[in-house]
Ligand binder design. Structure first.
Ligand SMILES: [Zn+2]
Length: 385
């Protein structure tokens, strides 16, 4: 079945969007699918094979939605559903100014985020976790969050909103979830079970009813969400006897935010594969004829903690010829070089032909002619090896 024009259009949109926002294309496809009411792209394709069609209005809507430029830093690692919801939240974001700096204030999954050019502050839903201030390494110097007055204003805006968000959560939950009874029994807001002691699946700690209620059902020890909090430690071998009571200094907003510098500048990330590629490329610089170029392409190169090891085919690389460029590249990368000659089966006989041919096409003809003269077939068709 061929792809419809509409599906092709959606794919093109996803590609552009993925590029603009530096997310993977499959994430962008899933986002589009989400906008059209599918859990992910594969489901959309399956539906389209079964006759589902996007109508013009939907298409226009999706296009309008995805053509808007959105900051992507917080989207990069999100799962599609989370990202979809974030889009919805972004739509509802408030905008304002602190001094000369524009900000956007929004709620994302019960966290509150206030963000501007090069900075963001997240006040997590979990009242036990301090606000997280993020700045970008390349803009560190001029970032307004380093001005204490600015930071306080931004923090209080986010905190006020966080209070509203938490109040909203508590209102949605049963009263017993946020207010323990006289014996400290509380009700899990999601499962509905009741107990005066709770267990965190995440960190294996024991939590009292009062502690967990105060912390809006996030583990005071590790911050795990209400989904990881249970009234029985069903995963424990000893019914939770070994679980230690969680230590908490009272779950209230801590004043000191946690500063993090996000460094999203591109890095060379020089792994073995990339080093080998550079060294081989330099060997090609060093090659002065076809034979040596074949030698460069077939050189064995490996990289370890001690440096680079290069083995050049004796028949394809003149003995005693230093690969000057390759050595220079290794030097720039701070790597020691060990050079060796090796002997193996070379791809074509008469390597000397490669030393006199002026280009690969000429070499190919000379090599085929030589084989023909020996009675070998000059059949140029690729052979199954
Ligand atoms: Zn925990």
């Amino acid at each position: 079945m061929t792809e419809t024009k509409e599906i092709r259009g959606l794919k093109a949109l996803a590609k552009r969007y993925a590029r603009a926002n530096r997310i993977a294309q499959h994430q962008a496809l899933d986002l589009i699918a989400g906008e059209l009411g599918f859990p992910h792209w594969t489901k959309l394709i399956a539906a389209s094979k079964n006759g589902w069609q996007i109508d013009t209005e939907q298409m226009a809507g999706v296009e309008a939605f995805f053509k808007r430029a959105l900051p992507a830093t917080t989207f990069r690692n999100g799962d599609p559903e989370a990202m979809n919801r974030r889009f919805a939240y972004l739509e509802q974001a408030e905008h304002g100014m602190i001094g000369d700096h524009a900000y956007r204030l929004q709620e994302v999954f019960h966290d509150v985020i206030i963000a501007g050019e090069g900075w963001s502050i997240r006040v997590p839903e979990n009242p036990g976790v301090p606000p997280i201030v993020e700045t970008f390494a390349d803009q560190e110097a001029e970032c307004p969050v380093f001005d204490p007055e600015f930071l306080q204003t931004a923090l209080s805006l986010a905190r006020d909103r966080a209070l509203q968000v938490r109040a909203g959560i508590a209102t949605d939950w049963p009263r017993r979830s946020t207010k323990p009874d006289l014996s400290g029994v509380v009700r899990h807001p999601l499962s509905g079970s009741e107990s005066d002691v709770w267990f965190c699946l995440h960190c294996d700690e024991k939590i009292t009813g009062t502690q967990i209620a105060l912390n809006l059902w996030h583990c005071p020890g590790c911050g795990a969400s209400p989904l990881d909090i249970f009234d029985t430690p069903f995963w424990s071998d000893d019914d939770g006897k070994s679980f230690r009571p969680v230590k908490t200094d009272g779950a209230v907003d801590r004043d000191e935010p946690d500063f993090r510098i996000v460094d999203d500048r591109p890095k060379p990330n020089l792994n073995e594969e990339k080093i080998i590629l550079l060294i081989r490329c330099a060997l090609l610089d060093d090659a002065t004829n076809i034979s040596e170029r074949l030698g460069a392409l077939r050189a064995e190169i490996s990289v370890d903690d001690d440096g680079v090891w290069i083995a050049l085919e004796d028949d394809l690389w003149p003995e005693g010829k230093d690969p000057v460029q390759a050595l220079a590249v290794a030097d720039r990368l701070g790597l020691e070089v060990e050079l060796e000659s090796c002997w193996s089966t070379i791809p074509f006989a008469w390597p000397g032909l490669g030393e006199i041919a002026s280009n690969t096409s000429e070499y190919t003809q000379m090599m085929l002619d030589a084989y023909a003269q020996c009675g070998g077939s000059p059949d140029p068709k690729p052979k199954e090896s």
